[in-house]
Design a protein around this ligand. Structure first.
Ligand SMILES: [Zn+2]
Length: 148
């Protein structure tokens, strides 16, 4: 399944922001390929802003959710999600904006999804459907440098 012009345009825009980080795609069978992702490092102000936005959104929604059956647990649950998410977001220093790579199996050009900078990230090839794990190449390099 090739990418649509809209998807590629969005991808190109993401690739101009943040810092470039080399990644390795590794398949279960051991094949690897190279790629790059763009990482945005968040300043303490940006982290606080993102965290507060989350907290306020869920606290505003919490009293409203009481109308849905079974009524009672929702506002409490939403408040817990608000507080939990707040601390989670405050502690998050990096965001993946997007990336590109080649499939280790079929070699097709792949656009990598953005999201939280938690590695390894799973990626499914749009051409052959094979799953690979995406992790920063430097982590692998750091391990080999340590043992050398
Ligand atoms: Zn593939």
């Amino acid at each position: 399944m090739p990418y649509s012009p809209e998807q590629l345009e969005k991808h190109q825009a993401a690739m101009t922001r943040g810092d470039e980080v080399p990644v390795t795609l590794r398949m279960h069978e051991g094949q690897t390929s190279e790629g790059t992702i763009r990482i945005q490092r968040l300043s303490p102000e940006e982290r606080g802003k993102r965290a507060r936005k989350w907290l306020i959104t869920f606290l505003v929604l919490a009293p409203v959710t009481v109308v849905c059956p079974p009524h009672f647990p929702w506002p409490i649950l939403m408040t817990l999600i608000a507080i939990g998410g707040y601390f989670l977001r405050r502690g998050r220093h990096e965001l993946v904006l997007g990336g590109e790579a080649k499939c280790p199996k079929c070699g097709a050009f792949q656009v990598l999804e953005g999201g939280n900078a938690e590695f390894p990230m799973a990626h499914f090839c749009t051409e052959c459907g094979e799953r690979s794990l995406v992790a920063p190449a430097q982590e692998v390099a750091a391990v080999s440098a340590k043992s050398a």
